[in-house]
Design a protein around this ligand. Structure first.
Ligand SMILES: *Cc1c(COP(=O)(O)O)cnc(C)c1O
Length: 301
């Protein structure tokens, strides 16, 4: 059995952890809140990134590609997961990064796992999904299998439709997840029960374009994208957010990440407070991981 098969079995092990979150705030408002701990499925290939990568890696290996190439920012959870997965699966990885060459914990790990990093200007990076640009990248790296930013392609979304597998969905009125590209939200919307509401918390400030994109990924209309909980914009943070995350960690011994899940869970509490989520609701909240990025909080690199 190859390394990738091992990884797949680890990742697919049926050990999904769901933590019931209990505190006075939720109790007095009669809300059940369960956290699906995808952050625990693997120490390096965290959360939803595994689901988005597994069919992509499988395809790359089947096609005999020499490497897997993808795109991301300097703290990308996606590139971090890809670098590790490539390292243990015996396939080279290439990361195309937005902006000036920098160094930080995320990229140190990527390099240590053998990922070749190429920094391109923010202007050039903007064209990352355009066919001309992709052709030029493919010409430069002819033997590589290209995965779009965030693992958001059909193979990636096939994986996210498996996130809810093995969970007793009947317990829940709502399912919540954080949104970057929307690949995870689309997979959840596709696999939720008909009567369930799926709420996506955008981590991006001007994320209204996401609506149209997500409509291309799923024919379902059970989902709503919420735009008011980005806390200043993508990867931005403020005191209110950091205090919430710290309070949550102290009370529940669960760490949330500062880019996605911290904002989502803070948003859920704000919505409950504002009675936008009604008493009697029962909510499955997806902890999509991303904790490697929190290292930047403690040490500004
Ligand atoms: C990448 C990421 C997301 C966003 O997932 P999309 O499928 O791109 O919407 C959410 N949470 C965490 C922790 C992530 O790393």
């Amino acid at each position: 059995m190859g390394q990738f098969e091992h990884l797949k079995m680890e990742g697919l092990s049926n050990q999904v952890t769901i933590d019931n979150i209990q505190d006075d705030f939720l109790l007095t408002r009669d809300i059940r809140l369960d956290l699906l701990r995808l952050d625990l499925i693997h120490p390096q290939i965290s959360g939803n990134k595994w689901f988005k990568l597994k069919y992509n890696i499988e395809t790359a290996l089947t096609q005999g590609a020499e490497s897997i190439l993808s795109f991301g920012g300097a703290y990308s959870n996606h590139l971090h997961a890809l670098a590790y997965a490539g390292h243990v699966s015996g396939i080279k990885t290439i990361g195309i990064l937005r902006g000036e060459e920098v160094s930080n914990h995320t990229l140190d790990d990527c390099r240590a796992w053998g990922m070749a990093l190429h920094f391109i200007s923010r202007e050039a990076y903007r064209h990352k999904n355009e066919s001309d640009f992709l052709e030029s990248i493919q010409a430069k790296f002819p033997a590589s299998y290209i995965v779009p930013e965030g693992g958001n392609n059909e193979a990636g979304r096939k994986g996210t439709r498996e996130i809810l597998q093995g969970i007793d969905l009947n317990l829940y009125t709502h399912i919540c997840c954080a949104v970057g590209t929307g690949a995870t939200l689309a997979g959840i919307a596709d696999s939720a029960l008909p009567q369930q509401k799926v709420w996506g918390f955008s981590a991006i400030k001007n994320g209204s374009y996401l609506e149209e994109e997500i409509k291309q990924y799923t024919g379902k209309s059970n989902w709503t994208l919420l735009h008011d909980y980005h806390f200043g914009g993508f990867a931005k943070k403020n005191e209110q957010l950091l205090e919430f995350m710290e309070g949550f960690r102290k009370k529940h011994q669960i760490e949330l990440d500062v880019v996605y899940t911290g904002k989502m869970v803070a948003g859920i509490y704000q919505m409950i407070q504002a009675t936008k989520m009604h008493a009697g609701s029962s909510v499955l909240v997806i902890h999509t991981g991303g904790l490697q990025g929190n290292r930047s909080l403690h040490n500004e690199r």
